[in-house]
Design a protein. Structure first.
Length: 119
């Protein structure tokens, strides 16, 4: 290991902190300043699908989603939320974009006619 990582929070992660219960904020802050900064690869699990390249760390029922830049020795916390909804597309900008593209494709398909149907 090369030493402690610098941990930065995105604006959406900072906003999420304001919505958490005080007890959870304290736990998350201790985690970010301690184990996450010390060894981010060990405390979280790699994610897949639309969250590929990110990690998820647990604090009770809450999840901290982050990515690691080993070259710069930086951890960027991108999302913090309850385990039931932190992985949903609206919390993930990449997945949100995919959803918008899908909606546009579906809208364009609804304007075409199916075989055997008259326009």
């Amino acid at each position: 290991m090369t030493g402690r990582y610098d941990v930065v929070l995105t604006s959406s992660a900072k906003h999420a902190l304001t919505k958490l219960p005080d007890k959870v904020v304290h736990s998350v802050a201790e985690f970010i300043d301690g184990p996450l900064a010390d060894n981010p690869h060990r405390v979280g699990k790699p994610l897949t699908s639309s969250w590929e390249g990110h990690y998820s760390a647990r604090r009770a029922d809450w999840r901290i989603i982050y990515r690691i830049d080993d070259r710069r020795i930086v951890v960027e916390v991108v999302s913090i939320g309850h385990r039931e909804n932190v992985y949903r597309p609206r919390c993930n900008p990449v997945a949100g974009q995919s959803k918008k593209v899908f909606a546009r494709v579906m809208a364009s398909l609804s304007h075409t006619t199916s075989p055997g149907r008259s326009p």
